[in-house]
Design a protein around this ligand. Structure first.
Ligand SMILES: Nc1ncnc2c1ncn2[C@@H]1O[C@H](COP(=O)(O)OP(=O)(O)OP(=O)(O)O)[C@@H](O)[C@H]1O
Ligand SMILES: [Mg+2]
Length: 157
C-alpha cells in the first residue's frame, strides 16, 4: 500500500495510526534515505503508545532507545552506525525484536538477515516537498494490521 505524505505532520500522523493499532510483539522496519522521515514516523508511533514527547529522540548514536509507553514498552533502534551483526547480540537485539512490547527499527535493511521473520516493512521515499510511504506486510499479523490501517487512512489524492 502506498500513501502520499505531503508534510511532516502527515508522516507523524501515519505513525500515530500505526501506534494506535500496534500490539505487543509487533515489529516495524523502516527503510529510506537520510532525512526520509524514519525517526519522525517512529516518534508518531511512540507518542500514540503513550511515550512522553521529550523521551523520543533519534537513536542514531545510541543504536537503541527504550521508552515506557502507557501499556507497552517501545524499543527504538537505528542500525545506521552499527558495523557488524555481532554487535546486535551485544545489545540484546534478538530478545527485543518481536518480544513483549513494540519494536521500531530504522535502517533495518542493513541487517536484513538479523530481522525477525515477520514485520511491517515501511519504506519512505522523498517525493518533491513531501514523502511517499510504502507499507508491505511480512506475515499474516501484518496483513491484518494493514487492513486496519486502511480504515484510518484517507487515499483521496
Ligand atoms: N512528509 C514529509 N514532508 C516533508 N518533510 C518531511 C516529511 N516527513 C518528514 N519530513 C522531514 O524530514 C526531516 C527528516 O526526518 P527524520 O529525522 O525523521 O528522517 P530519518 O529518515 O530518520 O533520517 P536519518 O536516516 O538521518 O535518521 C525532518 O525535518 C522532517 O520534518
Ligand atoms: Mg532517523
Amino acid at each position: 500500500m502506498e500513501i502520499y505524505l505531503p508534510d511532516a505532520a502527515a508522516t507523524e500522523g501515519l505513525g500515530n495510526v500505526l501506534g494506535k493499532l500496534a500490539r505487543s510483539g509487533d515489529v516495524f522496519c523502516f527503510t529510506g534515505d537520510l532525512g526520509a522521515g524514519k525517526t519522525l514516523m517512529s516518534r508518531g508511533i511512540s507518542l500514540a503508545l503513550g511515550v512522553a514527547e521529550d523521551e523520543v529522540t533519534s537513536p542514531t548514536f545510541a543504536i537503541m532507545n527504550v521508552y515506557d509507553g502507557s501499556e507497552l514498552e517501545v524499543r527504538h533502534f537505528d542500525l545506521y552506525r552499527l558495523n557488524r551483526p555481532e554487535e546486535l547480540e551485544d545489545i540484546g537485539f534478538d530478545e527485543y525484536a518481536g518480544g513483549d512490547g513494540v519494536t521500531l527499527i530504522e535502517w533495518a535493511e542493513l541487517f536484513a538477515e538479523e530481522l525477525p521473520e515477520e514485520y511491517m516493512q515501511v519504506t519512505l521515499l522523498i517525493e518533491g516537498a513531501g514523502r511517499k510511504a510504502v507499507l508491505e506486510p511480512k506475515g499474516e499479523r501484518y496483513e491484518e494490521l494493514l487492513q486496519e490501517v486502511k480504515q484510518f487512512v484517507d487515499f483521496s489524492d
